[in-house]
Design a protein around this ligand. Structure first.
Ligand code: SAH
Ligand code: SF4
Length: 366
């Protein structure tokens, strides 16, 4: 493992922009509204702002005095939905525009008829600093972090546009553009706002933060309240292969990553999610499956492994493994007692891999 100083020298940290003008209304908790002198009952104002199903831009259903205060003291703009790409599998991939013209991607994934769950896959950054060689977002480099207001605004914009329908429970996964643990303060603030019972009322059990293995972030998140669920993108089983495809492994290798997971105390109902993107000829052998099971060790009873065939795109030379390899890999893990889900990327037909639509447009505009 490289010393921590090497990690510190890497271009991880791209702070969210300092906003000029008033703060985003979507990042303020009731206590923040009170501290800033908002008239009326802060919980009530917060609830009106956040409960998007009753919210209309021109009818906030609060007293005129409060509306005027909010207009003067907060920014109530939401990210704009610029493009909708519905997929044959029922999911919709969206491109959203931020106030400074940057673009991010999100995916709306309803389950099938009988299942009353809807999952939103959301972004935490514009681009990403980690540069994984199979990832379209990684090919963009890091542009900037999203603010907490932009993250909450992204979720509210999706809710207003596409549901949830009555009775659906909302699940949130930070598996869109960016490395959420590189933007942990804003991501955690957004999770806190979204889980407030007077607001959107999401549950931290239904929010998953996916990381490429940023150990410093995992160790911080482990102690945070509310604490969302953790997903870790493993994607290789030797340090040589992992460092070649995921530069973050040069700072925190597989052993150090495993150590951080040992220190994360799982609550009774919790499981780790491990993601494993299969790249043909790189990490898809039966020996890889054996090493993966070995690395999981005693976590094998408290996890789910998501096997994801590489979603091919022009910014990466890697290819998917083919059905036979995928099945053989899954079967081998199953023999080792692992719990497996094969996740064929939703909305594959509409450039399902995160960052692909934004990256594609970047290339088109030069
Ligand atoms: N930065 C975080 C979360 C965003 S990426 C992370 O890396 O975990 C979300 C998931 O998409 C990760 O598991 C990543 O390995 C996977 N991914 C990235 N590019 C992909 C591609 N081209 N095909 C399939 N999965 C991909
Ligand atoms: Fe960043 Fe995740 Fe893509 Fe790696 S896979 S470049 S960490 S978004």
């Amino acid at each position: 493992m490289l010393p921590t100083a090497a990690a510190a020298a890497m271009p991880w940290d791209r702070r969210a922009p300092e906003r000029e003008g008033p703060p985003s209304a979507w990042s303020l908790l009731p206590e923040d509204l009170a501290a800033r002198g908002c008239p009326g009952r802060p919980e009530h104002v917060f609830a009106r702002l956040q409960r998007v199903r009753t919210w209309q831009p021109d009818r906030l259903f609060v007293a005129r005095e409060i509306r005027a205060w909010l207009a003067d003291h907060t920014d109530q703009s939401l990210p704009a939905i610029l493009e909708r790409h519905p997929s044959y599998d029922g999911s919709t991939k969206l491109v959203l525009g931020l106030a400074d013209g940057q673009r991010i991607e999100a995916v709306h994934m309803p389950r099938h008829e009988a299942d009353h769950r809807v999952t939103y896959c959301v972004s935490s950054q514009v681009g990403c600093a980690l540069g994984c060689t199979f990832c379209a977002t990684g090919a963009m480099g890091i542009v900037r972090n999203l603010t907490a207001g932009e993250i909450v605004g992204q979720v509210l914009a999706l809710m207003r546009d596409l549901g949830p329908r009555c009775g659906e429970s909302v699940h949130l996964v930070f598996m869109g553009m960016g490395e959420p643990l590189h933007n942990l303060d804003h991501v955690h603030r957004a999770v806190t706002v979204l889980c407030h019972p007077e607001g959107a009322g999401l549950s931290p059990w239904r929010i998953t933060v996916s990381t490429a293995g940023l150990v410093s972030g995992i160790e911080r998140l482990a102690r945070m309240v509310p604490r969302p669920q953790l997903a870790v993108s493993v994607n290789a089983t030797t340090d040589a292969a992992r460092s070649a495809t995921m530069p973050v492994n040069r700072a925190w290798n597989l052993a150090r990553l495993r150590q951080a997971l040992d220190a994360w105390e799982l609550k009774r109902h919790e499981r780790f999610i491990f993601e494993y993107v299969l790249l043909a000829g790189v990490n898809d052998t039966l020996e890889d499956a054996d090493r993966l099971a070995d690395w999981l060790g005693d976590l094998r009873h408290r996890h789910n492994v998501n096997l994801i065939p590489m979603n091919e795109h022009p910014h990466s030379p890697f290819r998917g493994p083919g059905e036979q390899r995928l099945q053989a890999f899954a079967a081998r893990l199953h023999q080792h007692g692992c719990f497996i889900t094969v996740r064929r990327s939703r909305s594959r037909d509409v450039q399902g891999a995160c960052g692909q639509l934004v990256k594609q447009r970047e290339a088109a505009v030069g």
